[in-house]
Design a protein around this ligand. Structure first.
Ligand SMILES: Cc1ncc(COP(=O)(O)O)c(C=O)c1O
Length: 358
């Protein structure tokens, strides 16, 4: 608190990102980064872009990148908006498309940035409870609202909603924007992109941070009707003309040229996820069925905060949220096979007979 802060600032509870500890040999399974990293082609494009041209501002319209994204999804470049990570894109979405003087609906267990944006932009948040199995029930989204935002697959649960449910949601709220945050869709979800030509109220948001291994580059994007995209451009042009820099544009566009890398690394994560799930179950964990690059797991016999602490002492980071309904869960990013086996060894120690006796 400071007397120099605005009244709004005094009421904010900022989002807390996962820790980025600088510990040697840390096994970092707490922020859903991709263990395989970016395509070598993306790295080469970044290196080539790191030259004298950095004197110049980047293209404010990000034309080349938007064209690459549009081509990937079968859309026109005018249907694509890019930003500095999908977090920034989402921030503009709340301000440009969801703020209508009515509450915004989202699941009570979901990405914890949504309520933060509501506070920041003076929007009432209306969390809709997920059911006892942590699934989103679309019938809860009928009430008058300023808009709806759903992460699909959802985070931190990892559960995917079938496209038929998304379509029903779009029909329940034809006069409001329904945002589908597809940060994890490439690991097993069904993308709503193919509903775009039938639903002008649909906006789909994706990121290069997860399936393309470029969390450090900060590139995310939204896809929708050119009317919705123009709305986002208006907010962006009132905020920062150049959110995506020259290096990010070059690397991001090149990552879409390397389908082989994308497919190979994505399949590796999906395979390891299956093995990790089975091993955690063998240790007595309940693991929600994940369509993402993380698993959400709890153990009836051990406190999640204590397990997260025990792992941290062994230089293994996982995410634990002190939030209602999920405080006994750990969210564990799917790492390499070696990282996952180190995690499992540590959990064996922490949940083994000696641990119980302690
Ligand atoms: C559901 C969801 N949406 C959006 C993001 C933001 O991703 P980025 O800003 O790296 O694109 C995340 C990051 O973890 C996420 O989990």
């Amino acid at each position: 608190m400071s007397r120099f802060w605005s009244p709004l600032l005094n009421q904010l509870t900022p989002y807390v990102p996962g820790e980025q500890l600088a510990v040697p040999n840390l096994i970092k399974l707490n922020t859903n980064e991709n263990p395989y990293g970016p395509s070598p082609r993306a790295l080469q494009a970044i290196a080539e872009a790191a030259g004298d041209a950095l004197r110049l501002y980047p293209d404010p319209h990000a034309t080349a990148l938007r064209t690459a994204i549009a081509a990937r999804h079968g859309l026109a470049p005018s249907q694509v908006f890019v930003g500095n990570g999908s977090d920034e894109v989402l921030a503009h979405v709340f301000q440009a498309l969801l703020k209508h003087g009515l509450p915004v609906l989202f699941p009570d267990v979901s990405y914890s940035f949504y309520p933060v944006y509501c506070k920041l932009f003076g929007i009432e948040a209306h969390p809709v409870p997920v059911n006892a199995s942590f699934e989103i029930e679309v019938d809860g989204y009928k009430t008058p609202c300023g808009g709806v935002i759903i992460a699909n697959p959802n985070a931190p649960t990892g559960l995917a909603l079938p496209l038929a449910d998304i379509e029903r949601l779009l029909q329940l709220q034809p006069d409001r924007v329904v945002v589908i945050d597809e940060a994890y869709v490439d690991f097993g979800g069904e993308s709503a992109v193919r509903l775009l030509d039938r639903y002008p109220n649909l906006l789909v948001v994706q990121t290069l941070s997860k399936s393309r291994g470029l969390a450090g580059l900060r590139v995310g994007y939204a896809m929708g009707s050119s009317e919705l995209i123009e709305g986002l451009e208006r907010v962006k042009e009132s905020f920062n003309s150049y959110p995506v820099d020259r290096l990010a544009m070059a690397g991001a566009a090149a990552s879409f040229d390397d389908e082989a890398w994308f497919e190979h690394t994505r399949q590796a994560v999906i395979r390891t996820r299956g093995e990790l799930t089975a091993s955690l179950q063998a240790l007595g964990f309940e693991v929600l069925p994940s369509a993402t690059n993380f698993v959400f797991a709890r153990h009836a016999g051990f406190d999640a905060a204590a397990l997260a602490q025990g792992l941290k002492q062994r230089a293994i980071m996982v995410r634990h949220f002190r939030l209602p309904r999920i405080e006994q869960f750990l969210r564990i990013t799917v790492g390499t096979d070696a990282q996952c086996s180190a995690l499992l060894d540590a959990l064996r120690e922490l949940t083994g007979p000696q641990a119980k006796a302690a």
